[in-house]
Write a protein that binds this ligand. Structure first.
Ligand code: 5AD
Ligand code: SF4
Length: 517
């Protein structure tokens, strides 16, 4: 892989509001943009950037490590306290923030420990084996605490484990007062009231995604300069190893005007980078405000018009949905960062077929060639699974060859784990654990070497870094490069929230170090 220099500064394309009148109306009035082309999303204000605040780092999620959102401000003395622990992907991180938004008007402030919380929410992930077991052990600890010191605490399980095992959770863990699937977060206040009335267990696992989006508050209070925005949920692909289509339901795209309104609100709070997220983000498709079908490319072009938003990312994409319009947008839109997470999972066509990926290695390779032609500086990231049922040594070698030929700047790689209820679980020829471990080690040695080489190739280059916060030492700053690596350098605190040029002086596998230019 040979990524070239990122594009120049990209903060100069912001569009002022058409008129104050238009700016206070809905997000979809029609007018002309700077290129003279008709545009339907011109209710876009130059936001008043707020003072520097502590940032929430935007790094990619290691989905095996749970996170607890830091409170945005100390809880007022009479506020009720909610502790939300998030497992899994960035979709869950976003959902946890939205749960906090729903709870705020009814007097709940987030805290970072379950110790004196009035409400504890475990926002769970089901993608890996043992996910449910982890939740039950956490519930065991919470039960002990509740019995000993906080008898009136309300306990909720949310997310994909809740969706998949709602009734089982209620049966196995009587400490749980309510179970809510990913499409029911807007119902939290109602559910809390039901629990308070003592009308029995409360279980909400309906699949009405659009209703959720309609009912969630439009404004979102955020901390930091980079944040996620869910634009799409669910998946129709049914890869045979994956639980997502069962826990998150069918693909649903959020309306354009909701997304634009949310991002404008974020920009007005000082956010400079948005990552558009969805289980299958590039399957985004909806009827746009002009009555035409909008895909992700069109949406991105309009998000790029929002004043204050200087960087756009999107994840996670499926090779089947990487259409020409999106590739052209990758090539033409300078606010889109040169980093693409495009999982292939395996390099062997027979394994891809058994996985129901609906593409071959040749198709993926052609796609990458097209993407690189459109955007030569792109860094690729991917997900890989080793040891899918029936994977032979030769199949595994095809994955190694794929990685050697494509070249990845970063990656996530896993041993196949059986997910009950998915077609993969009942396939014959499951691969022994020691073979999976050996294969994973070999694959990761290669992927980590590529990541190291890629980071080393940036030494001497000047990269635009969005400064997220002060580093650990005084006078140190921390931010993210266009390729998402954490980047450390010295500089004044006043640069937090700015995009600054940093010359890279050294590089490790996971981060870069440089100096302000
Ligand atoms: N076993 C191993 N890895 C899995 N993933 C999803 N399901 C499984 C499974 N059953 C991985 C895929 C996916 C990523 C988010 O998690 O690589 O892209
Ligand atoms: Fe799971 Fe496949 Fe859908 Fe990705 S595309 S969420 S791996 S089913």
């Amino acid at each position: 892989m040979s990524p070239q220099s990122p594009r120049g500064k990209n903060a100069s394309r912001d569009i002022d509001p058409v008129s104050p009148q238009a700016a206070s109306n809905a997000a979809t009035s029609a007018s002309k943009n700077s290129t003279g082309k008709k545009s339907y999303v011109l209710d876009i204000r130059q936001p008043s950037a707020t003072a520097a605040r502590t940032a929430t780092p935007s790094k990619p999620r290691d989905i095996d490590t749970p996170v607890v959102a830091k409170p945005k401000a100390p809880a007022l003395p009479n506020a009720k306290k909610v502790f939300i622990k998030t497992y899994g992907c960035q979709m869950n991180v976003y959902d946890s923030e939205r749960m906090a938004d729903v709870l705020s008007p009814i007097g709940y402030a987030p805290v970072d420990s379950h110790e004196d919380a009035d409400l504890v929410i475990l926002n769970t992930c089901h993608i890996r084996e043992k996910a449910a077991e982890k939740v039950y052990s956490e519930l065991g600890r919470i039960r002990q605490h509740k019995n000993k010191s906080k008898p009136d605490m309300t306990v909720a399980v949310a997310g994909c484990v809740a969706q998949a095992e709602g009734e089982e959770i209620m049966r196995r863990a009587p400490v749980v007062d309510m179970v809510l699937g990913p499409q029911s977060y807007h119902k939290l206040p109602e559910m809390i009231a039901k629990v308070a009335r003592g009308t029995g267990d409360v279980l909400e696992t309906e699949f009405d995604t659009l209703e959720k989006f309609d009912q969630l508050p439009e404004t979102r209070a955020v901390k930091g300069f980079s944040t996620f925005v869910t634009i799409q949920e669910g998946c129709d692909k049914f890869c045979t190893f994956c639980v997502v289509p069962y826990t998150r339901g069918a693909e649903v795209s959020r309306p354009v005007d909701h997304i634009i309104a949310e991002i404008r609100g974020l920009a007005a709070q000082g956010v400079r980078e948005v990552t558009l997220i969805g289980q299958n983000v590039n399957a985004y498709s909806t009827s746009g405000p002009d009555g035409k079908e909008w895909g992700l490319g069109e949406l991105i072009r309009h998000v790029a018009l929002i004043g204050g938003i200087d960087r756009i990312r999107f994840t996670t994409s499926h090779p089947r949905d990487m259409d020409d319009e999106l590739i052209a947008t990758l090539g033409a839109e300078p606010k889109l960062m040169p980093y693409l997470h495009l999982p292939i999972q395996a390099g062997s066509d027979s394994v891809l077929k058994a996985m129901n990926r609906d593409h071959t290695y040749a198709h993926y390779k052609q796609l990458i060639a097209k993407i690189r032609a459109a955007r030569p500086d792109i860094a690729l990231s991917g997900d890989f699974i080793v040891g899918f049922p029936g994977e032979t040594d030769a199949d595994f070698e095809a994955t190694i060859k794929c990685v050697e030929e494509i070249g990845y700047g970063s990656s996530f790689s896993f041993k196949y784990s059986v997910r009950p209820g998915t077609p993969g679980a009942s396939l014959p020829r499951q691969v022994p654990e020691d073979v999976k471990s050996e294969r994973l080690k070999r694959l990761q040695d290669l992927l980590y070497q590529q990541q190291w080489d890629f980071n080393q190739s940036l030494i001497g280059r000047t990269l635009d870094v969005l400064v997220e916060n002060g580093g650990r030492e005084n006078g140190q700053l921390f931010g993210r490069s266009p390729y998402l690596q954490g980047t450390h350098f010295d500089g004044p605190e006043s640069l937090v929230g700015q995009i600054v040029p940093v010359k890279i002086t050294s590089a490790g596998r996971n981060s870069l170090t440089g100096e302000l230019v």
